[in-house]
Design a protein around this ligand. Structure first.
Ligand code: AGP
Length: 609
């Protein structure tokens, strides 16, 4: 996610902005910039890459001012570049933004027709010009911001300054976090607490659709109608390191809890309930080209490969196109039968995994259309593909992939619905119904996160186990693999995921009273078969931890421990089932004292073959 910092007060602002941005670096970024008002004139400096590039670009300049805003950009619309970097400018006004403006293309067309000229590909620049439109109609800055935000759909945390208002910094939020820092005669805005912890521990947390006007006299908060809102000043007790993790002990846990937002952001702006349509603007293939696709290849590594396996079930079940799944390091050595009637989909969080990139190149060489489902804008995979579906999970710092995985499943579901509509295999009523289920997912994930305490208790019972077995069937078999991978990569316990039906073909020999067996048993078409598998484990003295549909007391009575999950359609159940497995792995690793965020021998992105 992007990082925002702003200041108005009595100190020289640029060092404060740079220091604040440095404390937001952990959020991941690909460009940075600052804007300052100096004697009534706006100065803007932006640079691609790391903050040191920005620092060297302003070194030796006397950018002495008392009001300014700064930004580190995690690209969501428009590749990393100086013209796409924030702050964006429109006339006398500059703005920094974290979030996604869903209706920016419509607004951009309206503003262009009114004579506004755009220099970047970003949604943020549109918001900048939208506010300028209203200042030109005679509104004071905060009124213009309110008016503009009424036209906006989507998420934002913004900071705005204007040459004609050198004593005013306006901030607002909806869906993206923004905190106000208070000190005598000095006021700050920031995306996150670490940026201002050096200066103050007294903060106000803005809530959705609230605007703050910071001036040397203090902070006024109103709603979008201009009605003032009373806000409580809170005292931050975190130390700086804790603050970077949002108060969580590890980035992995923070990212597990970010999943409702990550999934919502991946959906945002891509669906219309009314028309039952899915909009994948950057997919790179026309409906006509999509119609000609006869075979699909989903290729990835690790957790992303597990997402690919779920994607196969989704596509073949709903769209009825043969879908092959390959581990990227195997794909190009098996002489794949792939040609221009094939769609090759790379699934990669980092967009830099060497095996996946090599497979993507091979597929392209063989004539296939190439699409990538990727979490990093401007990554190699996204640049070398014909089209991209970005997951908007934000930077994933923990080596063990969590929010990227559930965002990948969300993106695959959107792709499946789009394919189904284009190939006329799914009617719009069904798409509307399925979209209705999809938008429930963030809340259902939040609900399952509520069972963390119970899951931690189960981890406490089994963290000394030397082996674990994870069983699932159908759509949920890949989730069994994912649960095993999460556990093994951060707790170093040997864990295997298996199709539950395969038990009798070998793994059943492993069953004894020391082997915890996690069984994914939601109410679905293979439920009775999974229930029999549980009985097979129990009769051989195994320990069964079952993930079951809420209210299913019958299967709970056959297991030793039960974790309940809410019911949703089979396509989306994998997202819900994954959450408890992520938490089980996390708490087990915690108890074993391993390095949860940086497990031994592992890298976040495997850029070598
Ligand atoms: C997952 O927890 C691991 N960190 C690893 O398996 C990862 O999914 C794999 O290396 C693929 O990475 P990518 O999605 O960035 O291509």
């Amino acid at each position: 996610m992007c990082g925002i910092i702003g200041y108005i007060g009595t100190q020289n602002v640029v060092p404060i902005l740079i220091d604040g941005l440095k404390r937001l670096e952990y959020r991941g970024y690909d460009s940075a910039g600052v804007a300052v008002i100096i004697k009534g004139n706006l100065e803007v400096r932006r640079s691609v890459g790391k903050l040191k590039n920005l620092e060297s670009s302003i070194q030796g300049e006397n950018l002495a001012g008392f009001i300014g805003i700064g930004h580190t950009r995690w690209a969501t619309h428009g590749r990393p570049s100086e013209e796409n970097a924030h702050p964006h400018r429109a006339g006398k006004l500059v703005l920094v933004h974290n979030g996604i403006i869903e209706n920016y293309l419509l607004l951009k067309r309206e503003l262009a027709a009114e004579g506004h000229n755009f220099k970047s590909e970003t949604d943020t620049e549109v918001l900048c010009h939208l506010i300028e439109r209203y200042t030109k109609r005679g509104m004071v800055l905060e009124e213009a911001v309110r008016e503009a935000l009424k036209d906006v759909k989507g998420s934002y945390a913004i900071g705005v300054i204007h040459e004609d208002y050198p004593d005013k910094l306006v901030a607002a939020r909806n869906g993206s976090p923004l905190v106000i820092g208070l000190r005598k005669g000095e006021f700050f805005i920031a995306s996150d607490i670490p940026a201002i912890l050096n200066y103050t521990r007294d903060v106000i947390f803005l809530d959705d659709e609230e605007i703050a006007i910071l001036s040397p006299d203090g902070v006024v908060v109103t709603d979008l109608k201009g009605m003032s809102v009373e806000k409580e000043v809170k005292k931050v007790l975190w130390n700086p390191v804790m603050a970077e993790k949002g108060g969580y002990k590890h980035f992995m846990l923070k990212e597990i809890y970010e999943q409702p937002r990550a999934i919502m952001d991946t959906i945002r702006g891509r669906i219309s309930h009314e028309s039952g349509k899915v909009y994948l603007d950057e997919i790179g293939l026309s409906d006509e080209e999509m119609k000609k696709i006869e075979r699909i290849y989903l290729v990835a590594c690790g957790t992303s490969w597990h997402a690919a396996l779920v994607g196969k079930f989704m596509i073949e079940d709903m769209v009825r196109i043969p879908t092959e799944v390959d581990i990227a390091s195997e794909f190009r050595y098996r002489k794949p039968i792939i040609d221009k009637r094939s769609l090759f989909v790379a699934i990669t969080q980092s967009g830099e995994t060497a095996d996946t990139l090599a497979s993507q190149k091979e597929a392209r060489k063989l004539g296939a259309k190439v699409l990538t489902i990727c979490n990093v804008v401007g990554s190699t995979s996204s640049r070398e593909a014909d089209g991209v579906i970005y997951t908007h999970a934000g930077p994933e710092i923990g080596v063990a992939s969590t929010k990227a995985f559930t965002s990948q499943l969300t993106a695959l579901f959107l792709l499946t619905l789009h394919l189904g509509r284009v190939k006329e295999r799914i009617n719009s009523d069904d798409v509307q119904r399925l979209l209705g289920d999809l938008v429930k997912i963030p809340k259902l994930v939040e609900k399952v996160l509520g069972s963390e305490e119970d899951i931690a208790k189960i981890a406490h019972l089994f963290f000394k186990a030397s082996d674990f077995l994870f069983l699932g069937r159908g759509f949920n078999y890949p989730v069994a693999l994912e649960g095993a991978l999460k556990l093994k990569e951060i707790s170093y316990i040997h864990a295997e995921g298996y199709p539950a039906g395969e038990m009798k073909h070998g793994p059943i020999a492993l069953i004894d009273e020391n082997l915890p067996v996690v069984v994914l048993a939601p109410k679905d078409s293979v439920y009775t078969k999974v229930r029999s598998n549980i009985e097979e484990v129990k009769t051989r003295g195994g320990i069964v931890i079952v993930l079951a549909t809420e209210g299913d007391t019958e299967i709970a009575s056959k297991a030793d421990y039960v974790i309940y999950i809410p019911e949703i359609n089979r396509y989306l159940t994998p997202i819900i089932l994954t959450i408890p497995l992520q938490l089980l792995a996390y708490h087990t690793a915690l108890l074993r004292g391993s390095d949860v965020d940086q497990p031994r021998n592992l890298a976040k992105s495997v850029t070598v073959e």
